[in-house]
Design a protein around this ligand. Sequence first.
Ligand code: FE
Ligand code: FE
Ligand code: ZN
Length: 298
Amino acid sequence: MLIIGSHVSFNKNEQLLGSVKEALGYGSNTFMFYTGAPQNTNRSDINESLIKEADKLMKENGIDKNKVIVHAPYIINLANDSKSYDFSINFLKQEIDRCAKLGIKNIVLHPGSHVGLGELKGLDNIVFALKEILKDDKGVKILLETMAGKGSELGKTTDELKYIIDNVNRCNLGVCLDTCHLHDSGVDLNNFEEYLKEFNEKIGIDKIGCIHVNDSMNGISSHKDRHANIGFGNIGFDTLINIIYNPLFEDIPKILETPYVTKMDDSKERVYAPYKSEIDMIKNKKFNSNMINELRVN
Ligand code: FE
Ligand code: FE
Ligand code: ZN
């Protein structure tokens, strides 16, 4: 069965319950969220009774909580040990504790940017930090995201991810593939089988715990990391459908992180979440070139 969802919000009033409601509104059977603003450290206390309500709603609607994903805040950078390294390590530990409290078993992490230290030093910093963070097993798996290679981002090649995974050498460390990032890093997704073969030889397909499904605004190897709506970018609908429905990924959650659409309606500028429409297209395996025009408030 297709496990599909999108990025959703997590607000302090409804917390996980609000996230589940939002996901269900898009026709999703999974979802991903940040436990607070991705760019700061303000975090509200976890409300236990909201978790219970959320769990009940998930159960009623066939959402497997084990597949739900948290995304670590992008202020965390484990690759550079000259600035806020200890902060990053401690904050990621706290985020993992929050996941454990919420009952979420997977957290996606950007490996980090070396910011001038060089790739090898950056990778070694990531390895050191992850060993420290994963020392005690909280039942939460870190999924390293494949990156576009913007600036000095690491994790832009299978070899870099392999280096981290091999040297950290813990079973609670996996990978999250991001289609936009792979494309922007130079992977030809029309030849996805070839990529998977290499990935399997070097890292192992069993390490994949999540797939971010995004189209890309830019060409292959652009290293830009700008997501486009499904079928409206340079990757294209059919190529993404091919990846989404790959039988090897049947049990892996697919998460959309495509951009909200801003357009004029009734002479007012309005912002729409594209997820319900995109998930419909994916379920029907049929591209709707008019999708953006058809977005309406309801
Ligand atoms: Fe990400
Ligand atoms: Fe992503
Ligand atoms: Zn991205």
